[in-house]
Design a protein around this ligand. Sequence first.
Ligand SMILES: *Cc1c(COP(=O)(O)O)cnc(C)c1O
Length: 399
Amino acid sequence: MTRNPIPYGRQHITQDDIDAVVETLQADYLTQGPKIKEFEEAFASYVGSKYAVAVANGTAALHLCALALNVKPGDKVITSPITFAASANCVRYCGGEVHFVDIDPKTYLIDINEVRKLLESSPQGTFKGIIPVDFAGRSVDMEQFRGLAEAYDLWIIEDSCHAPGGYFVDKEGERQFCGNGSFADLSIFSFHPVKHIAAGEGGMITTNSEKLYRDAMMLRTHGITKDKNAFRNDLTMANGTEGNTDYPAWYMEMQDLGFNYRLTDFQSALGHEQLKRAPEGIKRRRQIARTYEECFKSKGFIKGQSGVVEGHAYHLYVIEVEDRLGLYNYLRSQKIFAQIHYIPCHLMPYYKAQGWKEGDLPNAETYYRKCISLPMYPTLTEEEQNFVIGQVVSYYEGT
Ligand SMILES: *Cc1c(COP(=O)(O)O)cnc(C)c1O
């Protein structure tokens, strides 16, 4: 039997997706049309936020958030070392400084106790903001982060790229969905094909703040506004003549230095169609996680994401093992393309050049020596998953 390669993650495109894209390609707008707003509204309603802004990708979403929060040269911002580099890079785009805080070895999330210690031992006002990451799909406890943010006057950008549809349970026992705007100032998502919702490339910002929403909308399109209530030039200048009572229809103003970070209409149509199936996708991801857990819990050589975590969106399924390199290469020889998430950000040469070094964040570094992400995506079949499990077990136990 020849077997298809099994990646760690992949998109699932259906005929409905294709139809939605083709229909948009045949309509009036390829970009700046109605599909964008439809997608934004559906996404906001999915995560429970007031506002959503669709953008070109998750990195652009992070950049716009940093701009909207007015990150300036020298501003210090806290984030996790176990994340995709973009979570940190957005601070650097604005000239700010990234301060990595170690992870909790049990959750792999930024350790809030370490963050608290750092804040307590630094003069008030040292840090401007924090970017917690819902790593692997597990939500950080945003209620606790909000408390810290209030006490130390920090803003919060929640990087929820791994967790659309994920949630944590708050002190009252209520489900708080990632990006619902109740705790973070801004949250961001990515629609890269390995994430839950694929749009080719794409991203989303969610917020409950009308001001931040307006700023993000404007910065997404060059810093241009068409809202006549916001215009700063007078009617005479706008019309080119005196005596008119309204702004002409063509008129717009560039009020800030923005970018072209728009999502197209056909990508929005694809993202919107995918969003409709996102709840099913999470259900299937949770099943896959349970199966891995069941099969690995008796195996001492695997330390996994053990115990079912309520609200986990399982973008990734990570295990920690000895001889990780050997397992990785063995799985590759069996056409199972496991992946490593992540090489600690602070050890990237770019961040080393900013003063970070090995030994600074021991939990992240220990985690990195052992972590490996096994295949996790809704269309992974039972047979394929069993094959993956069998290969992992046989690597350690022999056949
Ligand atoms: C994917 C990802 C990003 C960046 O998203 P892109 O759409 O690829 O730009 C940022 N943060 C995390 C945690 C991610 O996984």
